[in-house]
Design a protein around this ligand. Structure first.
Ligand SMILES: NC(=O)c1ccc[n+]([C@@H]2O[C@H](COP(=O)([O-])OP(=O)(O)OC[C@H]3O[C@@H](n4cnc5c(N)ncnc54)[C@H](O)[C@@H]3O)[C@@H](O)[C@H]2O)c1
Ligand SMILES: [Zn+2]
Ligand SMILES: [Zn+2]
Length: 391
């Protein structure tokens, strides 16, 4: 089959690889009908997340038709059914899964020994996302093996298009979880850093959850316009002061809730000298991440407020203002998304017409065009916001 394969930094190719096969009774194989490129894939593209190996198949946002099921799937999935695959692989039986903490499932990471060493305690298996999370082949491919498939799926009705449901596997529940973790009250201002696909979903989530005001921060006009279309007020961090803007819009008090939908690759610019410092340290391998957004959030957040972090961080950050966070009494919420915790509710909201996540798609291409589309998405060329690939 054809698949997008990681060969090294900024080197993803559309290769011919072996078709996946059932390896375990709880596996299923799907024929992928649609998959997407995520901001998290860009961190792998730039080799900022450790433990990718040449030959790894990319992709963790995908859906398709079930073409084969293992004996242990026990009727939970049948051939011919149409499913979205959540990027977090979960077993449904461990203590964490029983609590709904699927992204830290204790049983699905098949490289748990490695993960335990690095993290203290390993986390769940993820598709197409490094050997620290199991080294499972991803879904930017014609076919995908889904481990623990009796649990790891979201069945979707034929009445909805691929584009309407594909993002149930990642960015929709990710933006939603980021907003839910803010425990939004009707008097709250929610500020969202980053108006990429995750930020867009977080903005809409915060509005649906009843925030008084949502303020969206980015520098790319097309992304800011998309945030405005949802009802957000916007700040362009390249031309305005984020801290002044947020204080002005909140009567000088700062937003109660702050969401980091940017992650470890904050934009580097002379106007934000700490980003130059971070970039230099990153190049010297003295720091793995560029935490400008975290610093800004901690500084501007209202005392006793909440910092919610869906943005991915890889390792060590420097000059983290712990003293400010502690003294202001801030609450931190973060994590890889517990996808299936949210998807019954979100699918219903899509069916009811309350949300249609397809608004974020700007580019549709073939799998062969995938390597080029990584560059288009990375460089935000052609006003690119979200790429869907059709294997
Ligand atoms: N927690 C999860 O489970 C999960 C799931 C999906 C994605 N993610 C992460 O969410 C983050 C966003 O993903 P995406 O797909 O939207 O990616 P993206 O790269 O398209 O979006 C990031 C946005 O942040 C903006 N940005 C950069 N520096 C900024 C700054 N200083 N202030 C404000 N905005 C800034 C960029 O201009 C860009 O629009 C990534 O880190 C990704 O890895 C996490
Ligand atoms: Zn993702
Ligand atoms: Zn589990």
């Amino acid at each position: 089959m054809k698949a997008l394969v990681w060969h090294g930094k900024e080197d993803i190719r559309c290769d011919t690889v072996s078709d996946p096969e059932i390896e375990d009774d709880r596996d299923a194989i799907i024929k992928v009908t649609s998959c997407a490129i995520c901001g998290s894939d860009l961190h792998l593209y730039h080799n900022f997340i450790p433990a990718m190996l040449p030959g790894d198949i990319m992709g963790h946002e995908m859906m398709g038709e079930v073409v084969e099921v293992g004996k242990g799937v026990n009727g939970h999935l049948k051939k011919g059914e149409r499913i979205v695959v959540p990027f977090t692989i979960w077993c449904g039986e461990c203590e964490q899964c029983k609590r709904g903490n699927y992204s830290v499932c204790e049983r699905t990471n098949r490289k748990k020994d490695l993960a335990d060493k690095v993290f203290g305690h390993g986390t769940a298996g993820l598709f197409g996302y490094t050997h620290l999370t199991g080294g499972y082949p991803g879904g930017q491919a014609e076919y995908l093996r889904v481990p623990f498939a009796d649990k790891t799926h979201i069945k979707v009705p034929d009445s909805l298009t691929d584009e309407q449901v594909l993002f149930l596997g990642d960015i929709l529940p990710t933006g939603w979880q980021a907003a839910v973790q803010c425990d939004i009250e009707p008097t709250d201002t929610v500020a969202v850093w980053g108006c990429g696909p995750v930020g867009q979903m977080a903005i809409r989530g915060a509005i649906l959850l009843g925030a008084k005001q949502v303020i969206a921060i980015d520098r790319l006009p097309e992304r800011l316009s998309m945030a405005e279309a949802a009802g957000a007020t916007t700040i362009n961090f390249e031309t305005e002061s984020v801290v002044d803007g947020l204080n002005e819009l909140t009567g000088g008090k700062g937003p109660e809730k702050c969401i980091d939908a940017t992650g470890l690759e904050a934009h580097v610019s002379l106007a934000q000298p700490d980003t130059i410092y971070d970039r230099a340290k990153q190049m010297l391998m003295l720091e793995s991440d560029r935490p400008h957004v975290l610093r800004e959030m901690i500084y501007v957040c209202r005392p006793a407020g909440t910092i919610s972090v869906p943005g991915v961080y890889a390792g060590l950050v420097d000059k983290f203002p712990m003293g400010i966070a502690m003294n202001k009494g801030l609450t931190f919420r973060m994590g890889q998304t517990h996808v299936n915790r949210w998807t019954d509710d979100l699918l219903k909201r899509i069916e009811d017409g309350q949300i249609d996540p397809s608004f974020v798609i700007t580019h549709t291409a073939s799998l062969e065009q995938g390597p080029e589309m990584y560059k288009v998405f990375r460089d935000k060329r052609d006003s690119c916001i979200k790429v869907v690939l059709k294997p």
